[in-house]
Design a protein around this ligand. Structure first.
Ligand code: ADP
Ligand code: MG
Length: 414
C-alpha cells in the first residue's frame, strides 16, 4: 500500500519525495496503528493523514480547532479533485444537513469538523453508520490539558469515540508538544511508543534574536524601514498595544493593519485577507491572530513584548518562513513584560494547579530572555527535542549581539 501512497504523492500533489517523517507516519496508519506525528510547522503534517485517507476505503474525519483552517484545507483538496467538505457552524442549518446527508451516502473522502460537532446526534449517528477510513486530530496538543491551547471539547471527543462500533485508526498531529503533552496524547488516543513519529521541532530557516534595553518603537521603525516590501507580523500582548502601535506606524506611513478580538468579525476577515493577498505588508496583532492563517511568505515575526510561554512563542514565531526561505524572529524584551504576564495569569480563571503550571512555563520564558546559550537550542531543549544538539550559529546569542548589549548594561550599573 505504501507504493500506492507514493504514487498519490506524485499524482495528486505533484511532489517527488516525502519529507522527513511523512512516509513513516503514513506507513503506521496504513498498518492500522494509531499514530502520533510530531513535526515542525510547515513540515507537511496534512499529507500524513490525507494520503492514508486517499488510500484506505471510506471517509476520513479530520478534527480541526479552527474554522478558517478547514476551509483552506478543503479548498486545497478540492483543487486536486478530491471529494472533501467541512461541516461547521459557519454554514446554515440546511447546508449542514445537506452535507451530513451526502456524508451518509459516502460522497466524501474527507470531512473536516470542529470538535463540538461530536455533540451533535445526527453527526454521531451518521459516522456510526458509514465506513470510516481514519480519524485525525489536527493540532493534537489541544487535547492535552498541559498543552498551551487546551480545548475541553477536544478531550471529551475521546470518550465519545470509543463508543463508536466501527472505530477506524486514529491519528494525532502537532508541531508544539512538550514531553508531558506527548505522553498525554499517547494515552488518550492509545498510541504505542513505536507509533510516535517525532522529527523534532527544529526550523533551520529561522533566526532568533533577543533585543533588550532598546526603545521598542524605535527598533520597529528602523526594522521596517530596512524591509519595505517584506511581509511580517508584530505580536503585542494586549489589544491596547496593538491599537497604539498600528496607529503609530500608520502615521509614519507604513502599510500596517491590526487584528485582535476587540474588532468585528468583518473587520478581522478584511485585514486577514488583505494580509494574505499582500495588500498590506505588516500586521499588528494579539495572539488571536494566526492559527488559521496559511501564509507561506511571512519574512519576520516580531514580539513587541515577551509572551506567556515558550509554546506560544515558538508557535507564533514559527509563522515566519513557512515556505522554507529565511525567517527572522525577534523578541523585544523589557522587565515590565514579566509583570504583565504574571498579572494575566493571576487574573485568569484557571485553577490553582494549572496556575502553578503556567507560572513555571512563564519562568522558562523569562529564562529564555536571559540565557546566553543558543536561542534555538534553548527552545529545542525545552521541548526535549532528541534530534538536535548543535548551536544554530545565527541567533543573537550565537552571534554575541545580545551578550555585548547585556555586558554594557551591566557595566553601566557597576
Ligand atoms: P504543517 O501542517 O505541518 O504545518 P502543511 O501540511 O500545511 O504543514 O504543509 C506545508 C507545506 O509543505 C504545504 O505547502 C505542502 O504542500 C508542502 N509539502 C508537504 N509535503 C511535501 C512534500 N513531500 N514535498 C514538497 N512539499 C510538501
Ligand atoms: Mg497543519
Amino acid at each position: 500500500m505504501i507504493e500506492q501512497a507514493k504514487s498519490f504523492l506524485q499524482e495528486y500533489y505533484g511532489f517527488t519525495s516525502f519529507r522527513p517523517g511523512q512516509e513513516e507516519a503514513i506507513q503506521h496508519v496504513l498498518q492500522n496503528r494509531n499514530t502520533l506525528a510530531v513535526m515542525p510547522t510547515g513540515g507537511g503534517k496534512s499529507l500524513c493523514y490525507q494520503i492514508p485517507g486517499l488510500t484506505l476505503e471510506g471517509t476520513a474525519i479530520i478534527i480541526s480547532p479552527l474554522i478558517s483552517l478547514m476551509k483552506d484545507q478543503v479548498d486545497a483538496l478540492s483543487s486536486y479533485g478530491i471529494a472533501a467538505t467541512y461541516i461547521n457552524s459557519s454554514l446554515s442549518f440546511e447546508e449542514q444537513r445537506d452535507r451530513i446527508h451526502d456524508m451518509k451516502r459516502g460522497r466524501y473522502q474527507f470531512v473536516y469538523v470542529a470538535p463540538e460537532r461530536f455533540d451533535s446526534s445526527s453527526f454521531l449517528s451518521t459516522i456510526k453508520q458509514i465506513k470510516l477510513s481514519l480519524i485525525a486530530f489536527d493540532e493534537a496538543h489541544c487535547i492535552s490539558q498541559w498543552g498551551h491551547d487546551f480545548r475541553p471539547s477536544y478531550r471529551s471527543i475521546v470518550q465519545t469515540l470509543y463508543q463508536i462500533p466501527n472505530l477506524p485508526v486514529i491519528m494525532g498531529l502537532t508541531a508544539t508538544a512538550t514531553q508531558e503533552v506527548i505522553r498525554d496524547i499517547k494515552k488518550l488516543i492509545q498510541v504505542t511508543d513505536e507509533s510516535v513519529v517525532n522529527t523534532g521541532f527544529a526550523r533551520e530557516n529561522l533566526s532568533f534574536r533577543m533585543i533588550k534595553g532598546r526603545d521598542k518603537r524605535d527598533f520597529i521603525l528602523e526594522y521596517l524601514e530596512q524591509r519595505p516590501n517584506e511581509s511580517g507580523i508584530i505580536y503585542t500582548a494586549t489589544r491596547k498595544d496593538a491599537d497604539h502601535l498600528q496607529n503609530f506606524l500608520s502615521k509614519k506611513g507604513f502599510s500596517a493593519g491590526k487584528y485582535h478580538a476587540g474588532m468585528t468579525e468583518n473587520q478581522r476577515k478584511q485585514v486577514q485577507s488583505d494580509f494574505v493577498q499582500d495588500e498590506i505588508t505588516t500586521i499588528i496583532a494579539t495572539n488571536a491572530f494566526g492559527m488559521g492563517i496559511d501564509k507561506s511568505n511571512v519574512r519576520y515575526v516580531i514580539h513587541y513584548s515577551m509572551p506567556m510561554n515558550i509554546e506560544s512563542y515558538y508557535q507564533e514565531a514559527g509563522r515566519a518562513g513557512r515556505d522554507g526561505e529565511p525567517g527572522d524572529c525577534v523578541l523585544l524584551f523589557s522587565g515590565q513584560d514579566i509583570h504583565l504576564q504574571r498579572f494575566l495569569i493571576d487574573q485568569s480563571m484557571m485553577g490553582e494547579e494549572k496556575k502553578k503550571d503556567e507560572y513555571q512555563k512563564l519562568q522558562s520564558m523569562i529564562n529564555y530572555c536571559h540565557t546566553h546559550m543558543c536561542l534555538q537550542q534553548y527552545i529545542l531543549d525545552y521541548f526535549a527535542d532528541p534530534t538536535h544538539t548543535e548551536p544554530c550559529g545565527k541567533c543573537s546569542n550565537c552571534l554575541y549581539e545580545g551578550e555585548e548589549k547585556d555586558m554594557t548594561k551591566e557595566a553601566q550599573m557597576v
